[in-house]
Ligand binder design. Structure first.
Ligand code: G3H
Ligand code: 13P
Ligand code: ZN
Length: 287
C-alpha cells in the first residue's frame, strides 16, 4: 500500500523507532526490500536518486515500485521518495512522475543559498502536497573524505542554525551531519550524539541519518534514542548485491548463464541485509 512518507516518519518519531529508507536501482532490489518489509511487518521507504531515474527512466522505476507494492504487498505501508535531489529540475521531474516525497540537497551551498533554494523548493512542494526533506551541515562522500582525517567541525550541523533553517524554509524533515559519511567512507571516530540531542531539542520535524549503513547496531540504536527517525541505506545493500555476484563468478563450477538464478541469489542477499537493518531500527512489527 502506497502511503505518505510524512505519516511513516510521524509514526516512527512518535513510536521511538526508526524506519529504513532503502535505495533501489532495479527490480531485484525493489523486490528484496518489499519482501523483507512484508516478512517483518515493517513500514518502509523506497527511494531513488537522479542517477537512478536516468538509468531506469523515472516513470519506469516509480511504477515498478508502486505496482509491486500495491499488487504483491498490499499490507505493507510503502513510501516512495526522491533521495538527494540537487536542483529544482530534478525535483520537478520526480513530482511529475508521481513521487510525493523528495529531498532537496543544498548542503554543498553556503547557508544563505541553501536557505533560499530550499525555501523556494519547499513552497513548490507544499503547493503540490509533496513532503520535503532538506540537509543542513554536510554528510560527505568517499571522494570528499578520502582516507585522511578531516576537520569534522566543518561538516557538522549547527543546532541553532538548524532551528532557524527549519523555521525559515518550512521543510518537513531534516538530514543531519554529526560525523556520519556516505559510502562506508572514513567517519568521525564517535558520532557527536550530544549535538544530535541538541538538534532534537530545538527542531520538531523528523531527523534523518544519511551515510550510516555501516554503523553497528549499538551506534544506530543510540542515534534513535537521541532522536533519529529514519536511516538512509544504500551502500550496505549494494554491497550485498555485488558480493553475491562476485562470489558466483569466483566459484566457476557454479557458473550459470541463467540470469534469474544469478540475480535471484543477489536478491536473497539484499533481502537479508534489509531485514538486518529493519530489526536494528526497530520498525519490525509496526505495520
Ligand atoms: O547518497 C546517496 C546515494 O548513496 C548515492 O546514490 O549513486 O544513485 O547518486 P547515487
Ligand atoms: P550509505 O552510503 O551509508 O548507505 O548512505 C546512503 C544514503 O545516505 C543515501 O542517501
Ligand atoms: Zn544520503
Amino acid at each position: 500500500m502506497i502511503v505518505n512518507v510524512k505519516d511513516i516518519l510521524a509514526d516512527a518519531k512518535k513510536g521511538g523507532y526508526a524506519v529504513g529508507a532503502f535505495n533501489t536501482v532495479n527490480l531485484e532490489t525493489t523486490q528484496a526490500i518489499l519482501k523483507a518489509a512484508y516478512e517483518l511487518r515493517s513500514p518502509v521507504i523506497i527511494q531513488v536518486t537522479e542517477k537512478t531515474m536516468d538509468y531506469t527512466g523515472g516513470r519506469a522505476i516509480f511504477n515498478l515500485i508502486k505496482n509491486i507494492a500495491e499488487f504483491y504487498y498490499p499490507n505493507v505501508p510503502v513510501g516512495i521518495h526522491l533521495d538527494h535531489g540537487k536542483s529544482f529540475e530534478v525535483i520537478e521531474r520526480a513530482v511529475e512522475v508521481g513521487i510525493t516525497s523528495v529531498m532537496y540537497d543544498g548542503s554543498r551551498k553556503n547557508y544563505a543559498d541553501n536557505v533560499a533554494m530550499t525555501k523556494k523548493i519547499a513552497e513548490f512542494c507544499k503547493g503540490k502536497g509533496v513532503h520535503i526533506q532538506a540537509e543542513l551541515g554536510n554528510v560527505p562522500y568517499f571522494g570528499e573524505v578520502g582516507v585522511i582525517d578531516i576537520n569534522w567541525d566543518d561538516y557538522m550541523t549547527d543546532p541553532a542554525q538548524a532551528e532557524k533553517f527549519v523555521q525559515e524554509t518550512g521543510v518537513d524533515a531534516l538530514a543531519v551531519a554529526v560525523g556520519n559519511a556516505h559510502d562506508f567512507a572514513k567517519e568521525r571516530e564517535i558520532p557527536d550524539f550530544a549535538r544530535l540531542e541538541m538538534i532534537r531539542k530545538v527542531v520538531d520535524v523528523p531527523l534523518i541519518m544519511h551515510g550510516a549503513s555501516d554503523w553497528t547496531a549499538e551506534k544506530a540504536k543510540e542515534a534513535i534514542e537521541k532522536g533519529i527517525s529514519c536511516f538512509n541505506v544504500d551502500t550496505a545493500i549494494r554491497l550485498a548485491f555485488v558480493n553475491s555476484l562476485i562470489n558466483r563468478v569466483k566459484n566457476k563450477e557454479e557458473m550459470s548463464f541463467d540470469l534469474r538464478k544469478i540475480l535471484g541469489e543477489s536478491r536473497d542477499q539484499v533481502e537479508d541485509a534489509v531485514k538486518d537493518k529493519i530489526k536494528i531500527f526497530g520498525s519490525d512489527g509496526r505495520a
